[in-house]
Design a protein around this ligand. Structure first.
Ligand code: SDX
Length: 429
């Protein structure tokens, strides 16, 4: 259904085409605006601006709906696993047995990083943040696959995508072991993706890590729930870099950097730090809520609020339930979970949060599960990056396959000094 909208500018009527998405979302195509009127649009934070057409993930923020390739997140969380969902997100359909076998074998065969990369880990200080290590080591890893920049992005895509998904997990585990001064543990081809990650994180040369099924399942769910989320900050960054026809690894490394920020993927680490601070201060949460509402405090209720969700983040609901199940199954009690639940209860009954439609997001409870798995807080955003890799790869693939794709190059409204002349040094005193 091709429709148009009319806007009047400087006494001139302009008719602009609209675009209607498969779920009824409507957009005004302004690609002719500047040519026709000399105007550009300005949209701080891109809150009202679509950067692309995408067929990967659909979110209805008003209703709290999230679907990967049309399948509701609740069904995938219940019936699928991270690797099957990764295939769905990247290739657009649930894999049959043969496709899953090929994909799984590619991940197993690409799990180790080039041996020469090991000494790169020696170059980082023991307390280096693992997100800094991850972004640099993803690019370092590309140096051992020169075909990444010697051929077009579409050649070897399948093997590069599998290598990236598999190696991001190995690099993450190696950086954790390095931070402890412990010997690195190589992947074990007998283990599936998530179990292998826990093995590489927590086994010792003399003792295998006892893989508890409930721990593997909980972490696999975390990865699955983080796998994609339409045009969030880090995914938009990946698309920005991919639009210049940079290679897959360079685009993903840029995504890691964007994800690191505490307003984005870094929030899961910030939530735990917030809960710890509340616990140590003896606050029952009420003082913190007051501070979070006070703009001058510099504090926010981390893990709350979302640019798109004006309702409960469906992932947060699933993670909160998984928290209760995991802690009960593992007979763990975590005081931070109790504080988190009290904070949620207080916020959801506080007009400041209710009026602004601020609800728990994916980061509010995810750290509780990672704590139960003994994953250190500094690794939480790395876990998010491992989970988000399929979504970044799928968005990279969409750009790569779009024959109409153009380099992303936004305009600006210049507000700096108007034309003025150079002043020689001797005249500046
Ligand atoms: C992720 O985009 C995605 O999809 C991201 C993500 C993904 O899967 O990729 O879902 C993952 O990044 C989740 C978000 C994690 N970040 C946090 O939990 C950090 C805390 N949240 C906020 O910083 C904030 O809610 C954002 C960054 C998430 C959203 O920011 P917006 O859309 O720019 O909203 P805003 O800052 O304009 O807030 C609107 C109002 C403001 O108050 P007023 O100016 O109207 O008086 O709500 C207030 C804000 O001050 N507000 C908060 C708040 N979040 C918003 N006040 C206190 N605590 C908060 N957490």
């Amino acid at each position: 259904m091709k429709t148009t909208v009319r806007i009047g500018i400087d006494g001139k009527d302009l008719e602009l085409p609209t675009v209607v998405g498969s779920e009824g979302e409507r957009a005004i195509d302004i690609s002719s605006l500047r040519k026709e009127t000399g105007y550009i649009t300005l949209d701080d934070g891109y809150g009202n601006t679509g950067s692309c057409r995408s067929a990967i993930t659909f979110i209805d923020g008003e209703k709290g709906i999230l679907r990967y390739r049309g399948i509701p997140i609740e069904q995938l969380a219940e019936h699928s696993n991270f690797i099957e969902t990764a295939y769905l997100i990247i290739y657009g359909h649930l894999p049959n047995r043969a496709e899953l076998r090929v994909f799984s074998d590619l991940l197993t065969d690409n799990a180790t990083i080039h041996e020469a990369m090991r000494h790169h880990f020696e170059g980082f200080p023991a307390d280096a943040h693992p997100m800094a290590i991850l972004s640099s080591m993803i690019n370092a890893s590309s140096c051992f696959s020169p075909e990444l920049w010697q051929t077009s992005n579409s050649d070897h895509f399948e093997s590069h995508a599998a290598k990236l998904i598999s190696q991001v997990r190995t690099i993450a585990a190696f950086s954790y072991r390095k931070s402890l001064g412990r010997p690195i543990i190589y992947p074990n081809p007998a283990y599936k993706y998530t179990a292998n990650f826990l093995h590489m994180m927590f086994s010792e040369p003399y003792r295998e890590y006892p893989l508890k099924p409930e721990f593997v399942k909980a972490l696999d769910l975390i990865f699955l729930l983080h796998a994609d989320h339409e045009q969030n900050c880090s995914t938009s960054t990946v698309r920005m870099v991919a639009s210049s026809q940079a290679n897959l690894f360079a685009s993903a490394a840029a995504g890691v950097c964007a994800l690191w920020g505490p307003l984005h993927g870094g929030a899961n680490q910030a939530v735990i730090e917030m809960l710890e601070q509340i616990r140590q201060s003896g606050d029952d949460g009420r003082r913190f809520i007051v501070a979070a509402k006070d703009k001058t405090s510099g504090k926010k209720l981390m893990g709350f609020g979302h640019r798109v969700y004006r309702n409960y983040d469906p992932r947060a609901k699933i993670i909160k339930k998984a928290c209760d199940e995991l802690l009960a199954a593992a007979n763990i009690s975590d005081p931070l979970l109790d504080i988190a639940k009290r904070l949620e209860e207080a916020a959801l009954n506080d007009s400041y949060f209710v009026e602004r439609r601020l609800y728990p997001n994916v980061d509010f409870y995810s750290g509780i599960i990672m704590r139960a798995l003994r994953i250190p807080t500094q690794m939480f955003t790395v876990i998010f990056a491992i989970g988000r890799m399929p979504g970044w790869i799928a968005n990279f693939k969409e750009i790569m396959e779009d024959t109409q794709s153009r380099i992303y190059r936004p305009r600006q409204v210049y507000v700096g000094p108007t034309a003025n002349d150079y002043v020689p040094l001797e005249q500046r005193d």
